[in-house]
Design a protein around this ligand. Structure first.
Ligand code: BGC
Length: 487
């Protein structure tokens, strides 16, 4: 286990001292295959973008990273990051069930070599939202391929573990840190409740959560557990020489849910239910082996095959949302999440959600740096494994705003570390601007991409600041002064 020494306390560090992070702290940036590579034709998202009018612009060449991967690895190095999170596109390496594409496997070996040869540690994600067509085919008329029916089918979990084992055998000599699935809860909710992701079920019937969303979640949990076993069995090489051949986790979306009204006990209970449903059920299952079906705080479905399958808790933090208790809404949640997303803002609809206040990102998300600390505190009080921030970032075209965002959030991460929480690193989303699941408009990158000019990448002020922080492994006095705490 990685231990973190106690550093200066937040309050004592404010005046005149730089804020140091522990030696070996993970500083990284992230991306995913479909959002950056370009020319991915063999998965469900490629079909999805054609059949959905709300997809503004298809991914197309994305940011051309399939070609520019070596440039990207250099960009990571140029800003002193010691880690890079990227994903392998399952449909490239296994275009048909059980059939491996040797050229694509070789391609990702070269991607990995470009990363590791620069002394950067890869964090390899196996699944970042896209499924091969033989797993999920949305258009049988055009594409006569039999599919497994996606994440409703337990066979998909078994196939996913085969793929994980194969990659562990192929890349174990270069990879120690594995992330199986990106945001299982988003796959389940966006695919089977909101209809925003494939297969696009938008069903608000009372049983949809218990009969569809929760079984899909459990199948994703099983997929992770089987994949973790396959990785541990097949990656026997300690690539970075730290004594461990595999460190297996995933990246789950974690929202800071606050009750509204704040001191209403029923709203507080509603916020707890939503939090349990949204992320704790997954983490509880993969640490202690128990899933709380009815959200009463006690595990109902206990399975030893889920237990102990996380070497770290990985979470993506973007949102602080309120929760209103509405008993008439379907059990077991019976609560309304006050989400605001792109154009949608529930506070406008007279359903009891508070008005949105404060500064927002270009995604319409409230910027709430303290949330990252509150989540770290909550998770580290509940789980014993180390915690990694696998994504945190801001959509903005203003580099100074990104720099301020970084300083604000990292002050709170530093406070968590100084209080002794076992936080092992911070990975910013994203290295470059990229395709944001239907649009190129939100710009998350530390590097701004010029889409009109050969996808040229230009470091912005946020990237410069991230580079300074990673180099010094601290928030320097210069950064603290230039980006002060805002009231
Ligand atoms: C996803 C990324 C996405 C980012 C910003 C995360 O939930 O993992 O794919 O680009 O959020 O919206």
């Amino acid at each position: 286990m990685i231990t973190i020494p106690i550093l200066c306390l937040f309050s004592a560090c404010g005046s005149g001292e730089k804020l140091d992070f522990p030696p070996g702290f993970i500083w990284g940036a992230a991306c995913s295959a479909y959002q950056t590579e370009g020319d991915n034709f063999k998965n469900d998202w490629y079909q999805w973008e054609k059949i959905n009018s709300f997809i503004g612009t298809p991914a197309g060449k994305a940011v051309n990273s399939y070609v520019l991967y070596d440039t990207d690895a250099k960009l990571v190095k140029d800003i002193n990051l010691n880690s890079f999170r990227f994903s392998v596109e399952w449909s490239r390496v296994e275009p048909e069930r059980g059939v491996w594409d040797d050229a694509e496997i070789e391609h990702y070996r070269q991607v990995l070599t470009s990363i590791t040869s620069r002394g950067i540690r890869p964090f390899l994600t196996l699944h970042h939202f896209t499924n091969p067509l033989w797993v999920m085919n949305l258009d049988h008329q055009q594409v006569p391929i039999a599919d497994l029916g996606g994440w409703e089918n337990p066979e998909t979990a078994v196939e996913f573990a085969e793929y994980a084992g194969k990659l562990a055998r192929e890349y174990g000599d270069q990879v120690d840190y594995w992330l199986t699935i990106n945001e299982p809860i988003i796959i389940a909710l966006s695919g089977y409740l909101y209809g925003l992701y494939p297969p696009g079920e938008r069903v608000f019937s009372p049983g949809q959560i218990t009969q569809k969303v929760i079984p899909v979640m459990k199948n994703l949990i099983t997929a992770h557990a089987l994949a973790a076993d396959a990785i541990r069995a097949n990656d026997l090489v300690d690539a970075d020489g730290d004594g461990r051949a595999t460190v297996v986790g995933l990246a789950e979306s974690v929202v800071l849910w606050d009750p509204y009204p704040p001191d209403d006990p029923q709203a507080q209970a509603a916020a707890r239910r939503l939090d349990q449903f949204y992320s704790k059920n997954l983490f509880d299952s993969l640490t202690a082996g128990g899933f709380d079906d009815n959200l009463d705080g006690v595990a109902d479905d206990t399975r030893t095959e889920w237990q102990g399958r996380l070497d770290f808790i990985g979470f993506n933090y973007y949102n602080h949302w309120y929760v209103v208790n509405i008993p008439l809404l379907p059990a077991p949640i019976a609560a309304l999440p006050c989400i605001s997303f792109r154009g949608l803002d529930l506070s406008q609809l007279g359903v009891g959600c508070p008005a949105q206040i404060g500064e927002k990102s270009d995604m319409g998300y409230e910027i709430y740096p303290e949330g990252i600390y509150r989540i770290l505190k909550d998770l580290s009080g509940r789980y014993t494994v180390p915690i990694l921030i696998t994504e945190n970032g801001i959509a903005t075209t203003d580099g100074e705003k990104r720099a301020q965002f970084l300083a604000d959030h990292l002050r709170w991460v530093h406070r968590a570390v100084s209080e002794g929480m076992n936080v092992i690193g911070y990975i910013y989303w994203s290295l470059t601007d990229n395709w944001e699941w239907g649009t190129f408009t939100p710009r998350f990158g530390l590097y701004t991409v010029d889409y009109q000019n050969n996808y040229e990448r230009q470091l912005n002020r946020g990237g410069e600041v991230m580079g300074e922080i990673a180099e010094c492994n601290c928030l320097s006095l210069g950064i603290l002064k230039r980006y002060p705490v805002r009231k």
